[in-house]
Design a protein around this ligand. Structure first.
Ligand code: PEP
Length: 230
């Protein structure tokens, strides 16, 4: 089945970098999977209409108004974003985002027909205390269990950018527990130190619907390989 493979550039790149990334990516790209690129916001508008499906990396929980520094869902839509990450652990950590606000972001995106990609995942101490499933369940409580076409990215915080990966069985257990929270269709992605050496094994050995790729996505050839392999 077609997988959803998302590149998360985080706060990396420049206009020139992304220009050459796009050229190299399309040289290599033969994937039948759905590829999405979460660019830093200013580049969405610049690289709209270049054949990429674009995602925002965050959105305001407010519709409009006196919220200096924030971007509304409508603005993201105007820039061509079809998807948007919300609840990424880096936003939870550095912007102190809490579940209630993340839920409001989810609703703002739905209102503008942008697909939210809700990122969830446990810190190391929760994993070590064998409380991952409860922790994920609590993070998902914000979404109505009757919501349709939900996309959840399971990203263990201790795995992001560290080269550490959960056991395959632990990924599958998390996927099952996420699916069990919803009555309707839900796509579950895995993110955390994905590269071209482990992508295929993650997608072959679990019934995951796709991958969210941070660091490795900055290399267009590596990301192209991941998109092809999974
Ligand atoms: C991420 O931050 O969404 C991520 C998956 O990062 P990395 O692939 O670098 O672990």
């Amino acid at each position: 089945m077609t997988k959803l493979v998302i590149a998360n550039f985080k706060m990396n790149g420049s206009k020139d970098f992304i220009e050459s990334w796009i050229q190299d990516f399309f040289l290599e790209q033969e994937s039948a999977n759905d590829v999405v690129v979460a660019l830093p916001s200013p580049y969405l508008i610049i690289f709209n209409d270049r054949g990429l499906t674009l995602s925002g990396q965050n959105v305001s929980n407010e519709e409009s108004g006196a919220f200096t520094s924030q971007l509304s869902a409508q603005m993201l839509k105007d820039c061509g974003a079809k998807y948007c990450l919300i609840g990424h652990s880096e936003a939870r950590q550095f912007l102190k985002e809490k579940n209630e606000v993340i839920k409001q972001k989810f609703d703002q995106l739905i209102q503008e027909s942008i697909k939210p990609i809700l990122c969830i995942g446990e810190p190391l101490q929760i994993k070590e205390a064998a409380k991952t499933i409860d922790y994920l369940s609590e993070q998902l409580d914000l979404i109505d269990s009757d919501e349709e076409d939900v996309i959840v990215a399971y990203e263990p915080i201790w795995s992001i950018g560290t080269g550490l990966m959960p056991e395959i069985e632990d990924i599958q257990m998390a996927v099952d527990s996420i699916r069990s929270k919803f009555h309707k269709t839900v796509k579950v992605l895995y993110g955390g130190s994905v590269n071209s050496s482990n992508a295929q094994s993650i997608t072959d050995k679990t019934d995951i619907d796709g991958l969210l790729v941070g660091g490795a996505s900055l290399n267009p050839k590596e990301f192209g390989k991941i998109a092809q392999l999974c």
